[in-house]
Design a protein around this ligand. Structure first.
Ligand code: CP
Ligand code: NVA
Length: 331
């Protein structure tokens, strides 16, 4: 890499604990200012004026697309959405060629891909920052929004931390891209995370090592605990979280997965049986299906899922500010 190589955001693992904290705090600051004044501050409004952000998406998206387009627009830039039928993304043209060409004309590339190696390859050859908008391994923009959602209640205080140390998150469901970045972020922020997956759907060993390495970035790291029994994971947790049992690209495994995940639906009854903290909250990155969480929890008073979804916008503004406007200097 040249000394001018841009800094990319491919995973929460790319961030120090202090940088992750700053991204979340900045997201919160932008949310408060923009929502209270009803407008984007002058200092930010034209930060991307005259510049284009390419959004290459090889899979569907509601939240990531709308939040990224909204964030680029708020910063005065032009979001250019390039769906899988619009451009040659690894089809009919190499990722190398696509990356060199796109980055010669844009301020940044926000890419949603299948295999993580696709976004890693785009980044390797890009002369502008590449932001991962979901790969099969990671979803960093989601996780910035998730920690904003978890921290929100405490963030008005003036301390520099997020005040999350000692919290416990319980993830009940599939070991997937969202979990991996959530676990990496949790251990970096001193949050314990206990994961219940069915047998055969556990965190792969290589990913466990990545999470352990993330924990090694701070002496005050949170701990990862794994089980195949949902109740065990839930015990003492403040936050219960899940995601779809069938991620995009796994559609042909649907019947097998629905069968394997029997008993993993999050319900009030399960939370009670497992011994969640009295005031537990429910999170889900969405899109949601009823098999992984009951309506009564999903639409109930403990659910923060729609605030979590809105927080994607504030997280996207914070990430673009850090990686595109400030070129990876996160302060
Ligand atoms: N949570 C999330 O990334 O949603 P989309 O797939 O709709 O972007
Ligand atoms: N795990 C899901 C997340 C979607 C935002 C998927 O990869 O399809």
């Amino acid at each position: 890499t040249s000394p001018f190589a841009p800094r990319h955001l491919l995973s929460i693992a790319d961030l120090t604990p202090a940088e992750l904290t700053t991204l979340v705090r900045n997201a919160h600051k932008h949310k408060s200012i923009i929502k209270s004044t009803g407008e984007v501050p002058h200092s930010m409004r034209a930060a991307l004026a005259g510049r284009t952000v390419a959004m290459t998406f090889s899979k569907r998206s509601t939240r990531t697309r709308v939040s990224t387009e909204g964030a680029v627009t708020a910063l005065g830039g032009h979001p250019m959405f390039l769906g899988k039928d619009d451009i040659q993304l690894g089809v009919n043209e190499s990722l190398y060629d696509t990356s060199v060409v796109l980055s010669s004309m844009t301020a940044a590339i926000v890419a949603r891909v299948g295999p993580h190696s696709d976004v890693a390859n785009l980044a390797k050859h890009s002369s502008v920052p590449v932001i991962n908008a979901l790969s099969d391994l990671y979803h960093p923009l989601q996780i910035i929004a998730d920690f904003l959602t978890i921290a929100e209640v405490n963030l008005s205080s003036s301390t520099s931390s997020l005040g999350l140390e000692g919290l416990k998150i319980a993830w009940i469901g599939d070991a997937n891209n969202v979990l991996y970045d959530l676990a990496i972020g949790a251990v970096k922020l001193g949050v314990d995370i206990s994961v219940a997956t069915p047998k055969g759907y556990q965190i792969p060993q290589e990913m466990r090592s990545v999470i352990e390495q993330a924990a090694a970035t701070t002496p005050k790291s949170g701990k990862l605990f794994e089980t195949t029994v949902p109740e065990e994971a839930i015990k003492g947790a403040e936050i219960l979280v899940t995601d779809t049992w069938v991620s995009m690209g796994q559609e042909e495994e649907t019947a097998k997965r629905l069968n394997a995940f029997q008993g993993f639906q999050i319900t009030s009854e399960l939370a009670k049986r497992g011994g969640a903290k009295e005031d537990w909250a429910f999170m889900h990155c969405l899109p949601r299906h009823s098999e992984e969480v009951s309506d009564e929890v999903f639409y109930g008073p403990r659910s923060v899922v729609f605030r979590e979804a809105e927080n994607r916008l504030w997280a996207a503004i914070s990430a673009l500010e850090a990686f595109v406007i400030n070129k990876g200097k996160i302060s």
